[in-house]
Design a protein around this ligand. Structure first.
Ligand code: ADP
Ligand code: ASP
Ligand code: MG
Length: 403
């Protein structure tokens, strides 16, 4: 008998009819296998909880995470009840009942440990375990949440510790596409994608998989399948790149408006200044992504531009201003209306001209590049947010990704 882990996202459990549909999919697998189901909250529910938190301006992490993770309690109870009605022996389990132990980083907690012995005990007693995604418990006994989209990571972590034979991530699209199919209808479904490519896609904005779920699957060499809970079609397999026969030069284009740009000007043009600025920010755990330094025309003053996540912008500004005496800059400007556009592909490693094509395509559309960063299999540029759609669409076309 095999063990299958199946994760269903918010749209797949959005109402009772959808949950009944999930029950049918689970029923099929449970005929010959043990099944662990991981569920999200009904779509919109976690956002609603976040709105409540914002409305009362709650700064209380314990309460906030309890609220944020509450939607998953509802969906697992509903699915398990429906399965038991169908005489499929099932049990709903919250994160703490397993337990899924996390660190203390409320709202973005990392899983430290999952009790495999208890999970196996549950598996001996029941055919289907229905586990709440996105939630854990810290060593002090408080409920924590894994960060938005974190149910994927719950599923992969459970599949890893139980040595599951398969881990299927059911969602509202038929797989991973060359770019967000809801933005570019011409986007193409990818049949196989390397872990590294998926990791770059997720971390640069493709929210179809939680970045940490991909990291974890890669570490444990666990094949993931992303597929639709509505249409019954094969999805996308995320696999080790050694098993990819043909490596695409560019597999996908992603975008994110989650970064802000900071420019500090009039800083002394001398050795050690970058080390000083980024040292100060690193000490406060600010995540700096793209960096551009402009050499000064007068040889005395320089400018430096870099990006930080939107939610760290105010803190970063405050830290820099508090260190004005040390850094000696003249002005500090910020811009939140920027987007990062990335092109990703394993074949890039052995192919030249990929970056040039990106820059030329943007130039042909009169889009100015504000910053650039690269890895072996990714090129990212920062542009004005208002050009996001045109940039994604034209790059998608330029690399022949349209269906
Ligand atoms: P779930 O609730 O099932 O976890 P998400 O909303 O988190 O679903 O992720 C699915 C969404 O990811 C899709 O509806 C799509 O808009 C978006 N998306 C972004 N980039 C991509 C991509 N490259 N391929 C597929 N979907 C993508
Ligand atoms: N319900 C959580 C969220 O909306 C977790 C998830 O769906 O993955 O972020
Ligand atoms: Mg998701």
């Amino acid at each position: 008998m095999s063990l299958i882990v199946m994760k269903f996202g918010g749209t797949s459990v959005a109402n009772i009819d959808r949950i009944k549909n999930v029950a049918k999919i689970v029923e099929k697998e449970a005929k010959n296998n043990k099944v662990i189901v991981v569920l999200s909250a009904m779509s919109g529910v976690t956002n609603q909880m976040q709105n409540y938190i914002d409305e009362i301006n709650s700064q209380q992490s314990i309460e906030n995470d309890l609220l944020l993770t509450s939607g998953e309690n509802v969906t697992i109870a509903l699915l398990s009840a429906i399965l038991n009605n169908k005489k499929i022996k099932s049990i709903p389990l919250l994160g703490w009942q397993i337990p899924i132990i996390t660190d203390n980083n409320f709202q973005n907690a990392k899983i430290l440990n999952i009790d495999n012995i208890r999970l196996n005990n549950f598996l001996e007693q029941f055919n289907v375990l229905v586990i709440a995604g996105f939630q854990g418990i810290n060593y002090e006994g408080y409920i924590t949440s894994l960060g938005r989209g974190g149910s994927d990571t719950t599923a992969v972590a459970i599949a890893s510790v139980t040595n599951a034979d398969r881990c299927d991530i059911y969602t509202d699209v038929e797989g991973v596409y060359s770019t967000d199919p809801n933005v570019v209808p011409e986007a193409r479904k990818i049949s196989k994608l390397a872990f590294e490519e998926m990791l770059e896609m997720s971390s640069t904005g493709a929210k179809v998989l939680h970045t940490r779920s991909v990291e974890l699957a890669m570490k444990n060499n666990l094949v993931l399948q992303v597929l639709s809970s509505i249409t019954n079609k094969p999805g996308t397999f995320i696999i080790d790149d050694n098993n990819l026969i043909e490596k695409e030069i560019v597999s996908g284009v992603s975008y994110s408006s989650n970064e802000s740009k900071i420019t500090i000007s009039g800083i002394p043009d001398k050795p050690g200044i970058s080390a000083l600025i980024f040292g100060i920010l690193a000490d406060k755990n600010i995540n700096v992504d793209m960096i551009v330094q402009n050499i000064s025309q007068d040889g005395i003053n320089a400018n430096i531009t870099f990006t930080v996540p939107n939610n760290e912008l105010n803190y970063a500004k405050e830290i820099l201003q508090n260190n004005l005496n040390k850094i000696n800059f003249k002005t500090l400007k910020t811009d939140q209306k920027v987007s990062k556009i990335s092109v990703i592909g394993m074949g890039m490693m052995s192919q030249s001209g990929v970056a040039q094509k990106m820059f030329k395509t943007l130039a042909n559309n009169f889009i100015n590049i504000l910053a650039i960063s690269t890895s072996e299999i990714k090129i990212s540029v920062l542009i004005d947010e208002k050009f996001t759609n045109i940039a994604v669409k034209s790059l998608h076309e330029a690399y022949n990704l349209n269906k």
